[in-house]
Every structure is written in C-alpha cells, then in structure tokens.
Write a new protein. Structure first.
Ligand code: FES
Ligand code: FES
Lengths: 148, 148
DNA sequence: CAAATATACTATTAAATTAGTAGGAATTAA
DNA sequence: TTAATTCCTACTAATTTAATAGTATATTTG
C-alpha cells in the first residue's frame, strides 16, 4: 500500500500539472484546499519533493511551487520513490530500498524472491511509463466515458 | 511491502510443503527453528492460517500443523490475503480490503485509480498463478543454475 | 490415570512507522 | 516596512506491526 504521504504527493503534483506553465508558481494553501490535504503536512511533502528536484519553488509573496519538468517527464515511479515508498514487495528485490532477507539462507536461490522479482518488474513496467500527463489524459477519457 | 507476518507465513507453509504428506503434522517449534521465526509469533500466525482453512492441525503430543490442500493448490495470493496483506497499492482498488478514497471526488473518473488498477491486475496475475509447489520448483531450478 | 507434549486462546506489551502540528526564520513583492 | 509566502527544525499523536506471557485444552504414552 502506498502511504498517504505518497498519495498526497501525487495529487499535489497533478494539480501543478493541470495548470502547468513553466516556472509559474502555485501556493501551498491553494493546493491543500483543492486536494483536501492537511496544509502543514503538504508543506513538508512539497519541501521533500523540492529537495528531490521534482518541483521548484519561489519564496516570498506571490511565491509557491511549480513542476521542474514538463508533466510528461515526471513518472509515477519517480514520485513513489521520492516519497519513500518502495515499490517491491520485499526488501531483497528493491532497487532503491534494498535490504537483505535475514531469514533466507541464500538470496540467489530463494524461490520466493524469484517470484517477487517478477511482480516488481511487472509493476515498474507500468509505473515508470506513466507520467503525470498520462494520468490526466486517463482522467479525461474516463470523464468522457461516464458522461455519455 | 509485505509484512514480516506474511513472509513468515509463506516460509512456514513452504516448510510444510516440502515435507508434504496428507495430514502428517509438523510441530511449530520445528518450523520456527528451520525458518528462524520467533516461536510464539509463528504460533499466532499458524493459528490464523488454520482459521482461514489453509492449514489443519492436530492437538496434543505428536500434534502439529499440516497443509489442508496439496502444495500445488495453495496460491501465493491466497496466503498474502489471509495474513492481512492487501496486494493493491491503494484501498480504492483493493478487492478484499476496499475503502473509498476520501480525497478523491469521483472514483469512476480518477486517473490515478485507473493506473493503480492496472498495476494490481498485473501483480495478481502472477501471484494467483504461483503455488507453493511452483516456488519450490523455482528454488530447485535456481540451485541447479548456481551449482554449475 | 498421570505425566509429558502439543496446540488454542486471550490479553498485553513493545517497537516501529506514519501522520500531522507548532512556531519561528528567511525571502520577496509591493 | 508590511504582508504573504516558503524554509526548517523539532515535536507529538495515532496507528500499525511485531512479539510475548500465561493459561486452557487436547492427545499420546507408560
Ligand atoms: S531472499 Fe528475500 S525472500 Fe528469500
Ligand atoms: S479514487 Fe482512489 S486514488 Fe482516486
């Protein structure tokens, strides 16, 4: 399961993506309101995303946050990882949060690891080809579909 | 990420699968020892698996636990679910642990949900076709491969 | 039947993670 | 200079996960 933090991050970035125009900042409070995210929590999340280079910011009055890349270049897998969420089901197959399995004698010959590796590949395949722009596209398609 | 509980469950069931012979019980303490699982914790896990119908048990001296089905019939997806682990990345796409997304206005038109749904399908496809017997087979293949 | 050896069950406790908050410093526009 | 905004550090609260304790109940065996 993704943490709330990760879900909030995705939602916040989607808001930025929807009004994307290079370097044009949007305020935390506005994002918090439209996405129903606790203001202070969102502040911390955006700060983290900034330190990861996913968003940029401008301080002071009329300041705020903006995407540091085009919405088509920001992938779901990147967002999940940047907010501390491992994608793999077990630490022994995680690229970015690797940890060896204490109880398993030998990783190389672990049958469970072998399966879980396959699941990770399948998940990453989808998550790393889906950008913020793609999510918005999907949304529009769904809206059309349900309006009929 | 799978919980330790889930990983312990899988490991324990693999031990039972490796010595599978209908109704032949193996003791908790033996499993705990070979898989390095805290004894009392494993006791609780096996009890839960029994209540889910995945294993059977016999009380008293010479008692213990045994698989209630053939190792080929016990799927990874079933074990994960039985130990409380949702497979989906978000509760709104979980079959067995469904919960609506508080902040999302409309599930039907949510683009994020749409992606996450796809990830779930991909994961379940693998997990629900992989049985305990399959894991053991994979293990043997890997052992062969690395022995050469 | 009694002793030994298992699981069954209930109730806690401990540890770790996640979620959220508080408050002031620094920065910028007007 | 003032108002609006992000930056940053340090907490606190809530929830979930991991693990333990202790007693009851069942079964085998001498
Ligand atoms: S090595 Fe990670 S599950 Fe065995
Ligand atoms: S409905 Fe679950 S993410 Fe939007």
């Amino acid at each position: 399961m993704l943490q709330k933090k990760t879900k909030y991050a995705i939602k916040a970035l989607l808001t930025l993506a929807k009004e994307y125009k290079e370097q044009k900042p949007i305020q935390i409070s506005k994002i918090a309101e439209t996405e129903k995210i606790p203001r202070k929590f969102l502040e911390a999340i955006l700060l983290e995303l900034r330190n990861q280079g996913i968003v940029g910011s401008r301080m002071g009055a009329t300041g705020g946050y903006y995407l540091s890349k085009h919405p088509e270049e920001i992938m779901l897998s990147t967002i999940i990882r940047s907010t501390g969420g491992p994608i793999a089901l077990l630490p022994c197959v995680s690229l970015n949060f690797y940890e060896s399995c204490a109880e398993c004698v030998n990783e190389e010959t672990c049958g469970l690891r072998d399966v879980v590796l396959e699941v990770r590949e399948a998940s990453i395949k989808i998550l790393s080809k889906t950008s913020l722009a793609d999510i918005i596209k999907r949304e529009n398609k769904l809206i059309k579909k349900f309006k009929v």
